[in-house]
Design a protein around this ligand. Structure first.
Ligand SMILES: [Zn+2]
Length: 241
């Protein structure tokens, strides 16, 4: 009741592991008092990884989701680990460690989607960021050029722009409606503050996701496909070289 999970990844996306206490556990998942695991949301996939128990055994986490209670995060176990789950007890200290290679791909792609937003000045009405590809749906009718967008991303990556976040008040957000680029993902309300992601001189928008610290870290990302999803939607798919 009223117990929430401290979201360490929001202020430091580079954290790979943390010590945490078990708040609740059942067959469906484990809730911790703090975590480095990003829960699926804002288009970005949930993290995978493992929880290391005090006796040295490890529980494999297959996915991370927001819990039913606001502010809670559920670490979902991979199948076939009933005995390990039963060994977890409320209050037990565990080491929570994410699959850093997979997360790194999410971070590179997520920052790349923001670069794409800066190159395509139209509202976004869909977004999906996975380890293998990312896609953004733009609400627009004009055609898009694959090669020009790939070159645009490469140019911004080459400029090595710093990427950072800060928290602003909801009042500040309301005073700047232009900040909200996405039609499908509205920033969470009711907490008094909203996290905004800034790519210096390129893009500024509300975002709760995990990002690289500099556009140079995005590396070689290319536009693999452009699709006309509907009369009013152009889908851009990104991949790694
Ligand atoms: Zn974002």
């Amino acid at each position: 009741m009223g117990v929430t999970t401290a979201e360490l990844f929001r202020d430091d996306a580079s954290l790979a592991a943390c010590e945490a206490a078990v708040l609740a556990v059942d067959a469906t998942g484990v809730q911790l008092d703090r975590t480095v695991f990003y829960p699926q949301g804002g288009g970005q996939a949930g993290d995978r990884g493992e929880l290391r128990l005090p006796d040295g055994t490890t529980l494999v986490i297959a996915d991370t989701r927001k819990g039913a209670e606001p502010g809670t995060i559920m670490h979902l176990p991979a199948p076939g680990q009933e005995a390990l789950l039963a060994a977890l007890a409320v209050g037990m200290t565990v080491q929570a460690a994410i699959d850093t290679e997979r997360r790194r791909r999410h971070m590179r792609f997520h920052t790349a989607t923001h670069l794409l937003c800066a190159l395509v000045p139209h509202p976004v009405d869909g977004c999906s960021i996975t380890a293998d590809y990312a896609r953004l749906d733009f609400h627009m009718t004009e055609p898009l050029d694959k090669q020009a967008l790939t070159e645009g991303i490469a140019r911004l990556v080459g400029q090595a722009r710093p990427v950072g976040h800060r928290w602003i008040s909801e009042a500040e957000l309301d005073a700047n409606p232009g900040l909200v680029r996405s039609m499908s993902v509205q920033p969470p309300r009711g907490q008094g503050r909203v996290r905004v992601l800034e790519i210096e001189g390129v893009d500024l928008q509300p975002c709760g996701g995990t990002h690289v610290a500099n556009t140079a870290e995005v590396g070689a990302v290319v536009v693999t496909k452009i699709e006309k999803k509907s009369a009013m939607t152009r889908r851009v798919v990104l991949g790694f070289l």
